[in-house]
Design a protein around this ligand. Structure first.
Ligand code: V47
Length: 392
């Protein structure tokens, strides 16, 4: 047993790998850090309030907050860490909107503008026949000259190329756009998407679900109320979706906690969210380049831990290595994350904004990241319905 003073203040920071500690030692550490009441609530499965979220956000010991989050993670998933074999296709960077944080979007006619068509998607996916690929993740700009059928064609192209692939496509921004331009009823649009082969929706476009940040950084795109309302429609029409939070730009601590609250409220209502993914902002080549800084490991781990603690009705917290970088994503597994996303293969949104992460992490590297942090890799499909413990 360590000397008593080892449990005080900053020395607590020397216990980052929380799961190695005995429960009584953890309790002592958390109580000494002034987190006794929150610990009691977390252990009892009680919901944390906005004020408790703020207390955790501002608490001086990241390790203590991480330890609490890791408790929840261990209770829900033990040592299991999920990943998949996936491919991102950002099918066009042409976008009618200008969001200040985005380095990916191009205007029509710009040299760097590109637009893929159905045949391109089909060919790309056909290249993965016979491979382990189980998911294609497709998001992109809102192309001003493309109509409703274009979106359905993106899904059709993927299914033609690789019929068994799960198509996870379109953030709430694209879904809202389709609902507006289709001239069809809500249920007809979702029926069309289902018939084309859509499996579920990714979590992008939420940014920060607070009007101040919306008006200051992404005012041309749907705002917080519409993002949530569209998610509700998606869930009511039988699709699961994810949720994200883009942090590390102009948002303030209380706005991050409000974001969690708003997601938690909708999840209580629909239960349709599958996974939450905190997205670390990369500022390069964006309109916030001069303003924004690259997020720190300290903030990244804090956001992972807060997500796990505040989003008590979300089954999974994903450490997206493309934005976190692989070493931080690996460390995040001890701070509340139970999923490390997938192989990704090709990605432009974050790479255009300067991420230092590679384009691709092969399966063996994901397995190595998970195992070398003391966790058990589990290969999953998009909906976590097919799980396979990785042997050997
Ligand atoms: O919607 C835009 C964000 C999102 C930047 O659901 C930026 O499984 C960082 O949503 N720096 C797209 N982020 C990515 C996304 C996602 C990724 C992985 C998995 C899932 C999932 C979803 O990226 C956008 C926006 O919120 N973004 N610009 C930037 N400069």
């Amino acid at each position: 047993m360590s000397k008593a003073h080892d449990w005080d203040g900053i020395v607590a920071e020397s216990f980052p790998h929380a799961s190695e500690q005995a429960p009584e030692m953890e309790n002592l550490l958390l109580d000494r850090q002034g987190l006794g009441e929150i610990r009691r609530k977390v252990d009892a499965g009680e919901r944390l309030t906005f004020d408790e979220g703020m207390q955790l956000h501002d608490h001086p010991s990241l390790s203590a907050v991480g330890l609490l989050a890791d408790r929840v993670r261990r209770r829900m998933h033990g040592k299991k860490t999920y990943f998949n074999v996936n491919l991102h296709i950002d099918y066009t960077n042409v976008c009618a909107y200008t969001c200040k944080f985005c380095a990916f979007a191009a205007k029509p006619g710009e040299d760097r503008a590109y637009t893929m068509e159905l045949g391109d998607i089909e060919k790309r996916l056909a290249g993965f026949r016979g491979s382990d690929l189980s998911e294609v993740h497709m998001v992109a700009g809102i192309h001003p000259d493309k109509g409703y059928e274009y979106y359905l064609d993106m899904v059709r192209g993927a299914k033609r190329g690789l019929p068994e692939v799960h198509v996870k496509a379109f953030t709430m921004v694209e879904i809202d756009h389709m609902l507006k331009i289709s001239g069809k009823s809500e249920s007809q649009v979702f029926d069309d998407l289902r018939e084309a082969g859509l499996g579920s929706c990714p979590g992008g476009g939420a940014e920060i679900l607070v009007d101040r940040v919306w008006k200051a950084t992404f005012a041309e795109k749907i705002g917080p109320d519409d993002w949530l309302a569209t998610s509700r429609k998606v869930h009511e029409n039988g699709f699961r979706s994810n949720a994200t939070m883009l942090y590390g730009h102009i948002e303030k601590p209380h706005e991050r906690i409000r974001h969690f609250e708003r997601l938690r409220e909708l999840q209580d209502e629909t239960g349709g969210f599958q996974t939450f993914i905190p997205l670390a902002f990369w500022p390069y080549n964006s309109k916030l380049e001069g303003y924004g800084k690259v997020t720190t490991g300290w903030l990244d781990l804090r956001m992972i831990a807060l997500s796990r603690l505040m989003l008590d009705n979300f089954a999974h917290i994903k450490a997206y290595w493309v934005m976190l970088t692989p070493p931080i994503a690996q460390t995040a597994l001890s701070y509340g994350a139970d999923d490390i996303d997938g192989t990704v293969t090709e990605e432009h949104i974050t790479h255009d904004a300067g991420t230092t992460a590679p384009m691709l992490l092969p399966q063996k590297d994901l397995v190595h990241l998970i195992r070398s942090a003391g966790y058990e890799p589990v290969l999953r499909d998009t909906t976590y319905s097919k799980l396979e413990a990785v042997k050997g």
